[in-house]
Design a protein around this ligand. Structure first.
Ligand SMILES: [Zn+2]
Length: 279
């Protein structure tokens, strides 16, 4: 893909800062590692943990000057433009998320997180967190190379932000307390597949932005990434067997299917991966 437009103005660059923490002395809350790889869903953890209020000073958003930082910034701005229009259509106002670049570990309103959890979205502070070294892992360990695989990661996390703004994350929280782990995992899969759908929808709509250009092979790169990080594939690699009850993100086939559905339809109404009323 190519982005010819301006940056988002919403990048909080905490790279090079120790622990991604601006001021020390806060409550050190360790976020349980819920997933192996990006999409780690901190929804639900939020309401169970006290917030680190008072221990964190905002880092002023800056415009990254390095190539990778600029790329992420451009992707983020394209998601802003896409979702602003989509929210307008729904009669709502889109609130832009902040994207935090960090190295090693980071403090969020959802607790402290190590880069090992992969990129994540924290519903409590409306921020997406990413250590860019994850992109090396995506390429080398999971065989998902390409700029659009990287863009898909951002679009997926922004998808969680959209879910948060639409109140879907709150509903998840409510059910989290009522369901067994096995049942909740099923719900988690639906949330994650919807984030994949929303990423596909972004790719669909971004093509209409004047500063965005989709290139040959881009969609294949995103689908390849979705395929590489399906629960069945990851479980097979890690433990040699597949345990469907422990799925939290969906199979490779499901992840590809929902991304593709968002991309092909461009219709947010097609993205109902779950029906809360039926639970
Ligand atoms: Zn996710």
């Amino acid at each position: 893909m190519q982005w010819f437009g301006k940056g988002s103005g919403n990048i909080e660059d905490r790279r090079g800062m120790s622990g991604g923490t601006v001021l020390g002395g806060g409550l050190g809350i360790i976020v349980v590692v819920l997933g192996l790889i990006f999409g780690t869903d901190l929804t639900g953890v939020v309401n169970q943990l006290p917030l680190n209020t008072g221990s964190q000073t905002e880092v002023k958003p800056t415009d990254p000057t390095d190539a990778q930082g600029k790329f992420v910034d451009g992707v983020l701005e394209s998601t802003n433009q896409v979702w602003e229009k989509q929210f307008q259509k729904m009669g709502k106002t889109y609130e832009e998320p902040i994207l935090v670049l960090f190295e090693g570990s980071v403090q969020s309103a959802c607790g402290n997180a190590s880069a090992a959890v992969g990129p994540f979205y924290c519903p409590a502070d409306h921020k997406v967190y990413i250590d860019l070294s994850f992109y090396n892992e995506l390429k080398d360990r999971f065989g998902a190379a390409g700029d659009f695989a990287q863009a898909y990661v951002i679009a997926h996390e922004v998808g969680h932000h959209v879910q948060n703004l639409l109140g879907i994350s709150d509903k998840m929280d409510k059910y989290r307390r009522q369901l067994s782990e096995k049942e909740y995992n099923k719900l988690s899969v639906k949330l994650e597949l919807q984030a994949d759908f929303l990423a596909g929808l972004w790719a669909h709509d971004a093509q209409n932005l004047k500063d965005f250009k989709l290139e040959d092979g881009d969609i294949e790169e995103a689908l390849n990434a979705a395929n590489a990080i399906g629960d069945d594939k990851l479980q097979k690699q890690a433990q040699g067997e597949v345990v469907p009850d422990a799925f939290t993100h969906g199979t490779s086939a499901q992840r590809m299917q929902w991304f593709r559905k968002g991309f092909e339809t461009g219709d947010i109404k097609q993205g109902d991966t779950f029906n809360f009323e039926q639970l």
